[in-house]
Design a protein around this ligand. Sequence first.
Ligand code: HEC
Ligand code: HEC
Ligand code: HEC
Ligand code: HEC
Length: 122
Amino acid sequence: MKKGLISIGVLAGFILSLLMVSGAFAKDVVTYDVPYGKVTFTHKKHVDNYKIDCLKCHHTWKKGETTGKLCKECHKAQAEGKTLSAKDAYHKDCKGCHDEAKKANKPAGPAGCTQCHVKAKK
Ligand code: HEC
Ligand code: HEC
Ligand code: HEC
Ligand code: HEC
């Protein structure tokens, strides 16, 4: 009985360390339910499967940082000075990367408006 409890503890610790290594402590999926159509962003897949560096998107982090401000804390509804509006910032990053990959004939995410923004079925 005692032995069983200990192995559960070891197993839980092991799983926790795996989660931390794979970045699962961050959000797995982020959704933007906006009027133009809902966007689903597979955060975890972009890191684990498509191998994109955290700093590519979280561009204000220093190397090694793994938490910090959300995009919209800086990128507001309207552009402010050099800081793009939220819409432009997301489009430049998300659509920008997909567009470039497509041009280079590499596997890319959706670049068409209604491929990325999915309207709810009426
Ligand atoms: C392809 C772009 C992209 C990559 C790569 C990326 N992220 Fe994110 N991350 C986002 C977006 C977009 C959000 C949603 C937050 C928002 O819209 O403001 C987010 C959210 C987060 C959040 C949640 C913030 C909160 O307070 O709720 C954490 C933590 C995070 N990312 C950590 C990471 C880490 C660590 C890595 C690298 C292992 C990483 N991200 C890689 C784009 C990315
Ligand atoms: C702490 C504030 C801050 C946060 C958080 C932030 N940004 Fe920015 N971002 C800026 C500022 C300021 C600029 C303009 C100056 C620059 O390029 O650094 C900018 C520029 C950009 C640009 C244009 C870069 C270029 O090449 O022209 C993109 C795209 C962008 N941000 C996307 C994002 C995304 C996506 C997130 C969230 C994952 C994010 N930003 C989080 C402040 C921020
Ligand atoms: C630096 C490049 C890059 C950035 C930035 C990026 N993506 Fe992607 N995205 C990819 C790649 C690569 C794929 C997968 C191609 C494949 O293997 O099918 C992908 C796939 C996708 C897919 C379809 C597959 C899936 O995982 O759901 C969606 C939807 C998507 N991206 C949305 C977004 C959104 C929304 C953002 C911005 C918050 C974003 N992407 C930012 C490179 C990027
Ligand atoms: C790769 C995914 C992607 C593609 C492709 C894309 N968008 Fe977006 N779009 C987003 C994200 C992410 C946001 C930010 C949502 C937010 O601010 O919460 C956004 C925001 C918007 C907004 C502001 C929110 C709203 O509903 O009023 C509009 C309008 C919009 N997009 C229209 C378009 C149009 C038109 C196209 C084609 C030219 C397009 N998008 C292509 C991901 C995408």
